[in-house]
Design a protein around this ligand. Structure first.
Ligand SMILES: [Zn+2]
Ligand SMILES: [Zn+2]
Length: 681
């Protein structure tokens, strides 16, 4: 009989989290770390990955079960990939196997070795795109772009670069030139973007520049078969460029030579369930470990990245001028306090309306930004005080006039709008406040004959709808575009000469400590939509309707001064002990009753209290998040804060096994999770 070897395997089994990183199985032969296998797990069969070198069969090898299968056809996942997964699991406090298997294409688990071998043979035989007949044209570099590229060329590859460039300053051309250099050295390039909606434009530019190279996309809108194909092309080293959303940070790339993170400040890079990782932060880790340059690009860098650049931990390069000399739009703060009191208040101040009318008369376009979709955020009965609350959440249901529904934006619960107040029968129910649907309707009345369009999550639900609507804007078939933050990002509108933020004040006083940072980024991005065409740039304007024209956020917007805004925000964060001056983690709990969730969190806090005090980690009492109840579940959270990231990490590593054990004693608890570096608290 052949001596069997013990192989350590990771599997996606959360119940093992915090207990043991790997499970041992018996194998007939040695298997390289990174080999995909299937193993018996309880009564089922599960996919797993061999994680370490084999270890000699121990004394209790007789109790181990043999592997169920080995996917030999797939080359093993490399050391760099396993290192990234291990970092992610450790830092974000998840099990190794959960992270490792969650980031693989699901199709991979369904194929047996023979099926996989056939797929791989087909891929290897498939011909790459033919080289282009002629070199694609490259625009001449601006002086600033050339200087940035020179600085990058003799850079120390282990230090990430923050490329802070105003909208329209040609950051993408810098990405393209860096990619060109990496490809010329036979390396692969990874480009991360925050949203799927932004991938087609960037993909088109990369495809045009790198005709003849194999470029693959990675995002959640791919079919399972496409996702597997693209992943395999990356893993086999057959794809030269991978362009994708946050999950793409885990693409196995054996020849990786450059990582680009576009719009690095965007909150979409943070995963909001499972392993709540930041793809931006993992990209930096991946680049550091692989000694590969990482380029973080943004017009409004995250305060974390900006601070690291100020501290000299990132190189800080800047593009301050728009390509082609386009001017920054003049920012006009309109003080709503100067309007005569009227009931109800008009959606647009008369001077703003007049400015839009002028644009229409000149054949130019205007963009109105209102970050609230639907018709009205709440319906209200003035006779009895009834409001359109959601029965399942502590939130109002939004009135959508187009399909006459009341819809909860938290749990999705929707009903027909009642004809009369459900409490008292009053027929006269009011719509309070204003969403994009209502603004669109009101503009129709204020600007008769104008062609008005709306782009938000509701208007773009159908496949292809967003592309069709954007095409209409580009073709000049729209005079006034109403939209949420969806329209502020990335789109290269050539005919827009006026951008207006209709109601941006709420973020100034929000409880969320990042609300002002996000709002500033959004307004700067929106402003960047105006005057993209240099010929019209001088006449372009951004209007802000506000009750607080003296607010420092608007002063920085008006001066177009990202650094001034960053400094003022960082002063507040320093005083309040918030990131980047402190590290945070949230322990979240969900249960049918708030008491059950709170009992778990209090027990968790008690279990950690002594260690937390010794390590200098502060544990706050459990509190409900801003929307406490969602879909019938009460949610509470406990904040852990420390000036030292390492101390917080140590506490979490010791705490997690205790939490897994505690969970068994709290039967009423539905779910719990740890969120390291949460976006909001
Ligand atoms: Zn009523
Ligand atoms: Zn709801």
């Amino acid at each position: 009989m052949v001596d069997k070897l013990t192989v350590p395997v990771v599997v996606d089994a959360p119940q093992h989290a915090g207990l043991s990183a790997t499970l041992d199985y018996l194998s007939e032969r040695a298997l390289a770390p990174g080999t995909l296998v299937s193993v018996p797990l309880g009564r089922r069969q599960a996919a797993g990955i061999v994680w370490h070198e084999r270890i000699g069969a121990g004394a209790d090898a007789s109790r181990l079960r043999p592997l169920a299968g080995v996917l030999d056809a797939l080359p093993p996942l490399g050391h760099a990939w396993r290192q990234l997964v291990a970092f992610c699991a450790g830092y974000y406090q998840r099990s190794l196997g959960e992270v490792a298997l969650a980031v693989l294409p699901p199709e991979l688990r369904r194929l047996d070795d023979a099926q996989l071998a056939r797929r791989l043979a087909r891929l290897a035989a498939s011909t790459p795109p033919p080289p282009p007949a002629a070199d694609p044209p490259r625009p001449a570099l601006t002086g600033e772009q050339a200087a940035v590229l020179r600085a990058l060329a003799d850079a120390d590859a282990s230090m990430p670069t923050l490329l802070q460039g105003v909208t329209g300053s040609g950051k993408t051309e810098v990405y393209l030139r860096c990619a060109e250099a990496a490809l010329a050295q036979g390396r692969q390039v990874l480009v991360l973007v925050p949203e799927i909606n932004l991938t087609p434009q960037l993909e088109a530019r990369f495809a045009e520049r790198f005709a003849g190279r194999r470029l693959v996309a990675m995002h959640s809108a791919l079919t399972p078969a496409q996702r597997l194909r693209h992943w395999l092309l990356a893993h086999l080293g057959l794809a030269d460029l991978v362009l994708g959303t946050r999950l793409a940070v885990f693409a196995p790339l054996p020849r990786l030579g450059l990582v680009v993170v576009d719009e690095e400040h965007d909150p979409s890079f943070k995963q909001q369930e499972g392993a709540r990782y930041s793809a931006r932060d993992l990209a930096v880790v991946r680049g550091r470990d692989a000694r590969v340059p990482v380029l973080l690009g943004s017009a409004t860098p995250s305060l974390e990245s900006w601070t690291r650049a100020q501290q000299g931990r990132y190189r800080h390069l800047r593009l301050t001028e728009r390509v082609g000399g386009g001017a920054w739009p003049a920012v006009r703060l309109f003080d709503l306090g100067t309007l005569p009191r009227a009931q109800p208040a008009p959606p647009l101040a008369p001077p703003l309306l007049a400015a839009i009318e002028q644009r229409i008369a000149r054949g130019e376009q205007s963009l109105l930004l209102l970050n609230r979709r639907g018709y009205a955020p709440v319906l209200f009965c003035s006779a009895c005080g009834w409001k359109s609350g959601c029965p399942h959440c502590s939130a109002w249901r939004v009135f959508h006039k187009a399909d006459r529904t009341l819809r909860c934006h938290h749990c999705g619960f929707a009903e027909r709008v009642p004809r009369a107040c459900p409490e008292c029968g009053n027929l006269d129910i009011d719509a309070l406040g204003r969403g994009t649907e209502k603004l669109e309707e009101q503009l129709g009345a204020l600007l008769p004959g104008a062609r008005i369009a709306r782009i938000d999550a509701d208007s773009t639900r159908a496949k292809g709808a967003l592309q069709a609507q954007l095409a209409a804007v580009h073709a000049g078939e729209v005079d006034v575009l109403v939209g949420t933050q969806m329209v502020a990002k990335g789109h290269d509108f050539r005919r827009i000469t006026l951008v207006a933020a209709v109601n941006p004040d709420a973020a100034l006083f929000a409880a969320d400590f990042r609300a002002a940072e996000r709002q500033f980024a959004l307004l700067m991005q929106a402003a960047g939509r105006a005057g993209r065409d240099a010929a019209q740039a001088a006449a372009s304007e951004m209007w802000v309707q506000t009750w607080h024209p003296q607010h420092p956020l608007y002063a920085a917007l008006r001066a177009h001064d990202v650094d001034a805004f960053a400094r003022s925000q960082l002063d507040e964060r320093r005083a309040a002990g918030l990131p980047p001056f402190a590290s945070l983690a949230l322990l979240r709990a969900e249960a049918r009753s708030a008491d059950a969730a709170e009992a778990f969190l209090r027990a968790a806090a008690d279990a950690a209290a002594a260690r937390a005090a010794a390590l200098g980690v502060r544990l706050y009492p459990p509190v409900p998040p801003p929307v406490a109840r969602v879909a019938g579940m009460e949610r509470l959270q406990l904040l852990a804060e420390s000036a030292s990231r390492a101390a917080l990490q140590r506490l979490l590593a010791e705490w997690l096994p205790q939490l897994h054990a505690l969970r068994a004693q709290h039967r009423g608890l539905r779910r719990w999770a740890v969120d390291v570096d949460p976006l909001a608290i």
